[in-house]
Design a protein around this ligand. Structure first.
Ligand SMILES: Nc1ncnc2c1ncn2[C@@H]1O[C@H](COP(=O)(O)OP(=O)(O)OP(=O)(O)O)[C@@H](O)[C@H]1O
Ligand SMILES: [Mg+2]
Length: 430
């Protein structure tokens, strides 16, 4: 799938269930934070922690810290969010140098030379996955199994030193994971964010991110075949719950797809935050500290966000659309991962694709909506057979809300998680 990048170079309202409260408690204990208590506020039920942010919404914590950072002249993810990697901009957008901070984490293993390309990565016996910008290798941190994310590099002919070409993504990801931990670790959806073990810099100046090791990616799981409705509902709840955690800080992931979702036991983790952005707060600036304009924050995979280029700036609602495509892939991987992209091309061929949604007439908006519903109806009818066909009307109603063309009306991550939970309780349990 083609990546797009901008010029940037580079509802805190929820009602946790008994079960998620238990999960949350164990996750808070693991992280060594005070156990959250529930409190009724005028905004509805909201988690209250016993730390200094006691009465602030997640988003407010994020914005306040960003402002504090800016006031003290520290503006970037690598500075006012100390993720363990300090960035020194040598030539903006081209040459950066990385240094340790007091928070840096190091792994037990020597990862060898910097990796220059995919072939290089694939030859390494510890390489778990390789992509166009970097690779993921297995390692240990204080004896615990982990993975390190590495960026490919090329050698600067002037001084013979490596230039890490996707270091921007590494720093952004380390910053986003640190920010999530600082501001939203008491959100119930935090357990659906890949556990961050820290970030650091090797002795040769390579920036690395360390994550807990997952069992599999959703992409690999789906290459074996479709999931049951019950599995879809479980994993879908986890996905929307992770996104609800992100949107509590106004973060937009921008690259939700099966390859960026990880499975550990029965749990799904949202991963790969290299393209994550935000209109406000710590993720609103580039790693050089300059606040990015809307068009500079656009990045990710073009195919999963048809509205992105012409219809929507990056919004949490854009991740809901991409999540809908992931859920359709769970139902029918063959159709969605088809190399000819027959369904996707049809689904995303809008009659008015040169205009933002708000500039369409009411009639055109309705026509667009009906077209989307028609495609979803046929998809579900072709993909759900036998007993499962009974659930088509309920699922169609859910997917209509996920693929609502008006980003302001599209279902929120929080409500989508709740809807799937309700389906799980009432109809999929047969
Ligand atoms: N914590 C993890 N445990 C196990 N495997 C992982 C983990 N994180 C990532 N992977 C594997 O590495 C792949 C790439 O990871 P990720 O998407 O985070 O990196 P990336 O640099 O964005 O790669 P790409 O450019 O291919 O999108 C994942 O699809 C998954 O297969
Ligand atoms: Mg990825």
């Amino acid at each position: 799938m083609g990546k797009i990048r901008g010029d940037g170079k580079s509802q805190s309202l929820f009602i946790p269930s008994e079960e998620s409260r238990d999960k949350m408690k164990s996750s808070s204990q693991k992280l060594g934070v005070s156990v959250a208590e529930l409190a009724e506020t005028e905004e509805g039920l909201r988690l209250r922690t016993t730390n200094k942010d006691i009465n602030k919404s997640f988003r407010q914590r994020n914005i306040d810290q960003h402002k504090e950072g800016q006031a003290s002249g520290q503006k970037t993810i690598g500075k006012n969010i100390d993720c363990g990697i300090q960035v020194k901009v040598i030539v903006p957008g081209i040459k950066l140098e990385f240094r340790d901070t007091a928070k840096s984490v190091h792994c037990d293993d020597d990862l060898g030379n910097p990796v220059t390309c995919r072939e290089d990565a694939e030859q390494s016996s510890v390489c778990l996955a390789s992509g166009s910008n970097g690779c993921v290798v297995g390692c240990k941190i204080s004896g615990m199994e982990a993975v390190a994310k590495r960026s490919y590099c090329f050698i600067d002919p002037d001084d013979g030193k490596p230039i890490y070409s996707d270091a921007n993504g590494i720093i952004r990801e380390a910053g986003v994971l640190t920010g999530l931990e600082q501001h939203a670790r008491d959100h119930p959806g935090f357990i659906n964010i890949v556990p961050f073990m820290g970030a650091g810099v090797t002795s040769s100046g390579e920036p690395l991110i360390f994550l807990e090791k997952a069992d599999n990616s959703l992409e690999r799981q789906l290459s074996k075949g479709a999931l049951s409705l019950s599995q879809l509902s479980d994993l879908g709840q986890d996905l929307f719950s992770g996104l609800a955690c992100m949107s509590s800080l106004n973060l937009v992931h921008q690259d939700i797809k099966p390859a960026n979702l990880l499975l550990k036991g029965q749990t799904l983790w949202v991963a790969d935050f290299g393209e994550t952005t935000s209109k406000t707060g710590f993720a609103s600036s580039g790693i050089d500290g300059v606040v990015l304009a809307d068009n500079e924050r656009v990045a990710g995979t073009r195919e999963i966000k048809p509205f992105h280029a012409t219809f929507e700036p990056p919004l949490p609602a854009s991740d809901i659309w991409a999540s809908g495509l992931t859920l359709l892939t769970m139902l029918d991987p063959q159709k969605m991962l088809d190399s000819d992209r027959a369904f996707l091309n049809q689904f995303h061929s809008f009659p008015f694709d040169q205009l933002p949604y708000i500039q369409l007439s009411e009639e055109q908006q309705q026509q667009l909506r009906e077209q989307i519903h028609g495609h979803l109806d046929s998809f579900l009818e072709e993909s759900l057979k036998g007993d499962d066909a009974r659930f088509i009307p309920a699922l169609a109603d859910f997917f209509y809300q996920v693929f609502e063309p008006d980003c302001n009306q599209r279902i929120s991550a929080h409500d989508a998680a709740r809807a799937l939970k309700m389906y799980q309780k009432t109809i999929f349990r047969h």
